[in-house]
Write a protein that binds this ligand. Structure first.
Ligand code: ADP
Ligand code: MG
Length: 691
């Protein structure tokens, strides 16, 4: 239920004067939304300072300036020639250019011998200074008609800045002043304006004051952080009020599994599992994320959790993003759980009819205790027996709201989320604030470091020969290409490369790319897994999580085109077995500064967290693998890199607000609710469903 006070914010753009059926779609596309709220959060990217007054001689090319000068000549448009107005002052001449202007207006505005004041972007035309379509022309007596400062927005064709400012003004006029939701001390300390004042200051500033603009932006960024923390805090509280089966730790089963392992679990794996065991031992739903770099051994942690559940007579569903991964995980978990007699089955789209029914019957009869499938398994209307635990692997394809929806379904199973995306702490707070997080930072001791080398593509023949030798030794390789076919990548296209490699390598070469249908893709990956193929040529569709321990080489062509985190994830496909592995980054010279830095970082470290920090610094959060796909919330104002401290403060603040007023029905609570609904509507709607 929406608070009626907020209705104006949700009004459709078409209710603004001047926004008709033609303008509305243009405006909506520009601002990425359809409501007044979306319009108001289309913030200026800069402001023009029109106080910049200069004589003609002193005008700087590329700057917005304001000049007072005398009209020297008016040459109206003729044919394809634009109108030219020549102005002069004692220092020189300035030309104004108008295309398609109204002659009457021109003659009225530019009377030869009279003074005018013009303001606009100065450019250079054949050595002379000119302004094309000045933003303003006023007579010098009417100096005050010229705004001292004007916001500049990201613009689009078919919409003028003037029109946009007019729509903005109408929306600002129509919204109420909301009761303050931010703590007064915090407001004071930061010198923050109120919510509406902040919007007014950014959209309709009276004075040019960059510091004041930043203060206003920060206030709105804080609103956004607070809203999100509130929504997640409430979700947390709601969850704490729900009941889940408390599952005791199964010490015997745990020991049997560990004793049968071909390796010793790391300390970090056992610590992560301890967190999980404690969570599941409580009668409230667990929501925990295990964050660990590729190859850190997250599957074992999940398997131990599934064993705890099975010992209690419960069922675990294990969700992977693709069918291949679902099958691979079924195998891996099945092997871990075999010593305690727990059976694991894959259930994917491929299992149809009788086979499918047989699996489900076995689950109902208690013969199978763990099901491994894709997310569709859980979302489908399959009549699954009560689940005690849901594990979501490689969760980055899953947004917070999706996750919350999933957990709002039916009973309240415990939920374990596994992520290979190492992200810096503040970002983890912003992205996964609804989860408790356990981090696995340690790698299994037997892990072979992956040797990484950057090689110019002029030496590709040597690289192919090295791959061929590895195949002769019975190893396997991945070969990553930046594009599917030659139109986009010439020789480095996956299709072409496969043909070339097939001639060089003494083994079948499989191919997988995004334009293949799902089952074909799965089949190609399976070929490498089973060893039927020695090399898999792939675009980046090769899935995160693909585990082929025999693969010892990964070659990445045009490595300079990939992001740092993506390269790291790709590299994680090798180094999973006993043998030494290598990652060869083929690049095309010359490298850009950033490209060089990326490849250097990769050569220097294999620590995913270090790489994530470096990536974060190099390019901001948007490029961390997968986050952009869906996990990363899109903030309107908040910048998770620069506003990190705001997120921390908001988190503390949200906690204390909820502590004092868990249902948000006090005066401040009601005010905060509005912030929450304005800034975090998607999460808020899931929260209020459960309210
Ligand atoms: P990820 O964290 O990327 O999901 P996996 O769970 O797939 O990693 O583990 C990668 C490989 O390492 C698997 O073959 C797994 O059996 C193995 N493994 C897991 N834990 C250890 C360990 N402590 N020591 C050695 N190998 C391990
Ligand atoms: Mg995994």
């Amino acid at each position: 239920m929406r608070d009626p006070v907020l209705y104006p914010f949700y009004a459709d753009l078409s209710s603004l004067p001047g926004v008709g059926p033609k303008v509305r779609p243009v405006l909506a596309r520009l601002i990425g939304g359809e409501t007044w709220l979306d319009l108001l959060f289309h913030l200026p990217t800069s402001w023009i300072d029109r106080r910049n007054r200069a004589s003609i001689e002193a005008l700087q090319i590329g700057e917005v300036s304001t000049v007072t000068a005398t009209v020297d000549q008016l040459q109206l448009s003729r044919g394809k020639w634009p109108t030219r107005v020549r102005l002069r002052d004692e220092t020189g001449f300035l030309t104004l250019i108008y295309f398609h202007a109204n002659n009457q207006w021109l003659e009225r505005t530019f009377k030869v011998g009279e003074e005018v004041m013009v303001s606009g972007l100065v450019d250079d035309y054949q050595g002379g200074r000119q302004i094309t379509h000045p933003d303003h022309v006023v007579s010098p007596e009417k100096d005050d008609e010229l705004p001292e400062v004007e916001p500049v927005y990201p613009m689009t064709a078919n919409l003028t800045a003037k029109a946009l400012r007019k729509f903005m003004a109408a929306a600002l006029d129509g919204i109420p002043d909301l009761d303050e939701w931010i703590d007064p001390h915090l407001m004071k300390r930061n010198n923050w304006p109120g919510f509406k004042q902040a919007l007014l200051r950014l959209h309709q500033p009276k004075v040019y004051d960059p510091e004041a603009f930043e203060t206003a932006r920060q206030r709105l960024a804080y609103d956004e952080a607070l809203a999100r923390e509130m929504a997640m805090g409430q979700a947390r509280l709601a969850r704490e009020r729900r009941f889940s089966r408390a599952i005791p730790r199964a010490v015997g089963a745990e020991r049997n599994i560990i004793e049968a392992l071909p390796f010793k679990p790391t300390r970090a794996q056992m610590d992560a599992y301890s967190d999980v065991a404690i969570d599941m031992g409580r009668p409230v739903p667990m929501r925990r994320m295990i964050q660990g770099d590729v190859g850190s051994g997250k599957t074992l942690v999940a398997a131990l959790a599934a064993a705890q559940v099975a010992a209690d007579g419960g069922i675990t569903a294990f969700m992977s993003p693709t069918e291949v991964l679902a099958r691979q995980q079924a195998d891996a978990i099945g092997r871990f759980l075999a010593p305690i007699g727990v059976r694991v089955a894959a259930l994917t789209g491929r299992d149809k009819g009788a086979a499918r029914e047989a699996i489900l019957n076995d689950v109902r009869a208690g013969k199978i205790q763990v099901l491994s499938g894709t997310q569709a398994l859980y979302q489908s209307d399959v009549d699954l027996p009560e689940l005690s635990l849901v594990v979501i692997d490689e969760q980055h394809r899953f947004g917070v709201a999706d996750r919350m929806k999933l957990s709002a379904k039916g009973s309240s199973p415990h939920m374990l989320v596994m992520s290979a995306t190492p992200i810096p702490r503040t970002m983890a707070l912003a992205v996964h604030g609804d989860l408790d997080i356990s981090v696995i930072r340690e790698k299994p001791a037997n892990r072979q470091e992956v040797t990484t080398a950057a090689v110019p593509d002029t030496r590709i023949d040597e690289v192919m020969a090295a791959v061929a030798r590895a195949i002769d030794r019975g190893e396997r390789a991945f070969w990553i290409c930046p594009a599917v076919d030659s139109e986009d990548a010439g020789d480095a296209s996956a299709i072409q490369r496969r043909e070339v490699l097939a001639e060089i390598v003494q083994a079948p070469v499989a191919l997988v790319h995004g334009r293949m249908p799902g089952p074909e893709r799965d089949a190609a990956l399976d070929k490498l897994r089973t060893g039927e193929a020695g090399v898999l040529v792939a675009t980046t569709v090769i899935e995160v999580g693909v585990d082929v321990p025999e693969a010892t080489i990964i070659v990445i062509e045009h490595a300079e085109k990939f992001g740092l985190a993506q390269l790291h994830q790709l590299r994680g496909r090798v180094g999973r077995g006993e043998k030494a592995s290598s990652c060869l980054l083929l690049y095309q010279a010359p490298l850009t500064e950033a490209g060089k830095e990326r490849l250097d970082t990769l050569r220097k470290t294999t620590d995913g967290f270090e790489i994530a920090e470096a990536d974060f610094k190099l390019r901001g959060p948007g490029d961390l693998l997968g986050l952009r796909q869906s996990g990363l919330p899109t903030f309107r104002v908040l910048n998770i890199t620069e506003d990190a401290n705001l997120i921390e403060t908001a988190r503390t603040d949200a906690k204390s607000i909820l502590m004092a007023d868990p249902h948000l029905d006090g005066a401040r609570g009601l005010a905060v609710r509005r912030a929450r609904d304005l800034f975090a509507p998607r999460i808020a709607s899931v929260v209020s469903e459960s309210e």
